[in-house]
Ligand binder design. Sequence first.
Ligand SMILES: Nc1ncnc2c1ncn2[C@@H]1O[C@H](COP(=O)(O)OP(=O)(O)OP(=O)(O)O)[C@@H](O)[C@H]1O
Ligand SMILES: [Mg+2]
Length: 774
Amino acid sequence: MYKGFARILTHSDRLQSCISPCLRSTVLCTRKGKLGSIGYVFLRTKKHDRGNPSALFVPVPVKPNPDDINIGEEFTGRLKKQDMLKILNRFYQKPEVRVLASENGLDDQLLHQAFLSFRRHCLEHDLPPDLHITISDILQGAGHVDDLFPYFLRHARLAFPHLDCLDDLKKISDLRTPANWYPEARSINRKVIFHAGPTNSGKTYHAMERYLEAKSGVYCGPLKLLATEIYHKSNKKGVPCDLITGEERRHSSQCAAIADGSEDFNTEIESESIMTDESEFTPSSHVACTVEMTSLNNKYEVAIIDEIQMIGDRGRGWAWTRAILGLQAEELHLCGEAGAINLIEQICNTTGEELEVRSYKRLTELKVEDSALGSLDHVKPGDCIVCFNKNDIYSVSRAIEQRGHEVAVIYGSLPPGTKLAQANKFNDPDSSCKIMVATDAIGLGINLSIQRIIFYSLIKPVINEDGDKEMDVISISQALQIAGRAGRYGSAWETGYVTTYKSEDLATLKTLLSKPPEPVTQAGLHPTAEQMELYAYHLPHASLSSLMDIFVHLCTVDDSLYFMCNTEAFKFLAEMIQHVPLPLRARYVFCCAPINNKFPFVCATFLKMVRQYSRNEPITRTWLCNAIEWPLPSPKTIMDLVHLESVFDVLELYLWLSYRFPDMFPDVKLVRDMETELDAVIQQGIFQITRLLRNSEQIPHDDPEITEKGSTKRSSRSGSLSQTRGEEQKGKLSEMLVAKGLITPQMLKKLQQELSADVKGDRSKKKINRHRRK
Ligand SMILES: Nc1ncnc2c1ncn2[C@@H]1O[C@H](COP(=O)(O)OP(=O)(O)OP(=O)(O)O)[C@@H](O)[C@H]1O
Ligand SMILES: [Mg+2]
């Protein structure tokens, strides 16, 4: 039964496994003047005061007790509001009250809020008799303002329910011993092997050798494309292997490459196989999956966790931690950078497992060239130009095609079938396409037939510790990983080369590549659905987003080994659907959906789906077709293509949700058919990217070099062609974005305001960053 997969990934397992890595935020803004650049709308998160968790607690409105019906008034007469106000304000000004409040968990901030709530309550509602009499006594000199304290505290506890359960909350969020969360894995004496070495040294290959000869195995990788590569390799070697990514379950029998004996690099990977009837299949004993989707309930002989250094990733690190601690495998093979050995060793100390380290050397030579490319006139077969934003991808690919070369294009938001088709086109020795333009979507573990990597820029958006996105020079590890795609062993190229596009970047690249990757010192963690549920039980009035904030602030983490991952993605969705009535579990699952919130269309459709779910109405194909205006015409411009990509994201979202709520998202097969159809349309669009670019207004000059050499000045370090273009084109493109519904007029206004502020801010920030690095 293929359905078995749904069972294999148990509910709680899936819940733990589904926080999306993508960036979320509550406020849209632009950076570096990229307003005019498609896909370059930056998102910044709302920050809370990390130093003061009390800022997170919002007082719950305290309802008057219906039994308080002026009995006090009958005893002591009516109280004048002005008199009460005087008494209450005197009470609040007493230093003793501050001391007592603090002893009861109310710091200045909470005290102030609780007092405001108490005063309002006293003035607006009938008082309980005991309080009425106490105030009356104080007014008549027969009592003291201090006597109000117990009444105040009673009110404060109703307004801030956490005061009564702070210890419980802290216990729930005690994350100091994550190794103990997985008793099944702890009951196995796992053999843990770390395959350490530089890129292209055969780490994954050697781990795979054990995987292939084992009776059962799981491969967990960082990218769908990489999991797909393993799926094909395994099936091709005669070891039936299924593929599980967030949205996709493919059975081994659907793999075109089953035991056909073809060579690694020439394998024609089928663009997209269509699952016919899931119930026909029994799961294979081997599975390749993205690390977030790893099932911790299955037992395997061999488990591989690839790119283990990702355990330190601020957004996704938790998924590697969960896999390494929780996988039930006799042998656990970890592949990755040597910089993670120390941390893994310490984690193994907490699980009581020995770690064996196997070190590897690069299998082919990687040379940094002495000169930058300088001009796209100098591209040659086997070149891959790596850009860090889509706008650069578009302009570079168009410029290369204008020079008469065919180009393969890969970037993150392309459908998997399109990515594979582009990879195949480039890998195929008989294809006329010999040049690739890609983002770092190809940057980890993937084997492509690249001879030379050319960094178009070295600046990439990164998320800082506050969850803000900012531009910075890529890390040593990223530079090494991306450069490591050149000259893969067994490919057509025996030596790999690497350089930059701009000569001023070459020295920086050489410095980056001459260093060992930064050591990974902490592993990511994040709260589970069960923990959130317990929090909600204690704080029923808090929104899910606030619960998450409170959790993050109250949790105890052993920071010698672990850190709490960024929860902005989760909170973004939690805030978006807060007003929709939902059971907590369902709300939690929705908030884990892997949505690219750069696409307002995806967010808006997501919200519609949630509303439909909340009304208990199934989200059918008909409903979906209405929401996305299916069928969609072929793209005529880049904006059309961008829209199709967001529609594809909506279909992926549907499939992702269908595994969590099968009854409410019933039309899996039909939606998968739609996906296949749309993937083909997008593939066609990518094949004709030059035509789309020509039809689009947003990139006025065909050739990045014309802009660079012409009157528009290019800023030196950031690859900020798009910036200058963005500034020029602000009017037209922004109007188009609004017209297409990709941003609202309000967002646009905000973007424009932030744009001018941010350009200044960024320049000074970058100076500081550079200064720090020096
Ligand atoms: N001993 C070997 N025999 C045949 N092919 C090999 C051998 N070792 C590695 N390869 C091939 O070399 C290429 C690179 O190997 P592999 O992907 O294992 O490197 P890696 O160290 O995991 O690189 P990365 O850090 O980029 O993930 C792959 O195509 C792999 O199949
Ligand atoms: Mg590898």
